[in-house]
Ligand binder design. Sequence first.
Ligand code: SAM
Length: 245
Amino acid sequence: MTDSPAPQNPDPAAASSEAAPEWRNFYGRRSGKTMRPSQKTYLSEDLASLTPQGISKEENPGREVIDPGTIFGNDAPLWLEVGFGGGEHMVHMAARYPGINILGCEPFINGVAMLLGKIRAAGVANVAIWPGDARDVMEVLPEGSVAKAFLNYPDPWPKRRHHRRRFVTQDHLLPLHRILAPGAEFRVATDIPDYMKQALREAPKAGFALTAHTPAPWEDWISTRYEQKALREGRTPDYATFRRA
Ligand SMILES: C[S@@+](CC[C@H](N)C(=O)[O-])C[C@H]1O[C@@H](n2cnc3c(N)ncnc32)[C@H](O)[C@@H]1O
């Protein structure tokens, strides 16, 4: 895992770039655009209390399993969002489903700051944030502990030689499968036909069954920043739903 790449794109809504440094060394470049003073305030005042303990390698070098109940102080169903970007989908889901807890992962610190602003505005309390790689989270969550997972507009890695860096590879899908509960839903949205093709091919190999593949979004979907950018640029959204077998 140490040779995996950085998030492909420092701006979740920006065009893709192939010039990505090492993923696990991304901490030096996690901020892209200049942050507003208000966003710096959100980061300094809110992030620590919303970040679960025991996920980082420094805090948990033995990669002991953590108890999701201690993150939120209750045992409501846990949902996971990988790469929440600006956080619009995550906050939307948290507000729409107050009876669940949602943990979002995003290494791009400007995105984290955007999410924190949205959390303040929406007043949602059922959210937690891992400001880093989703793989760190997947390593320490208990088997079968996640009831639903979202992968919205993942980094496309368009060059063929980089397809192995995509989230829809066995390196990512098998850990995801481990932490999802049997029957749990895994949603994938993308505007890249070849990415969807790879998802449809790889997810079943990792133990996911396709239950829907449509050009229409889920009934409770909210369009994300990256989807809006894709639509502006003439690309077509595509949505797939899998169930963890
Ligand atoms: C193209 S953007 C989409 C953002 C958002 N989901 C949206 O639809 O607007 C992909 C995001 O995934 C994040 N990302 C990439 N690899 C990740 C990983 N392994 N764990 C967590 N986030 C990741 C990137 O930092 C980036 O913000």
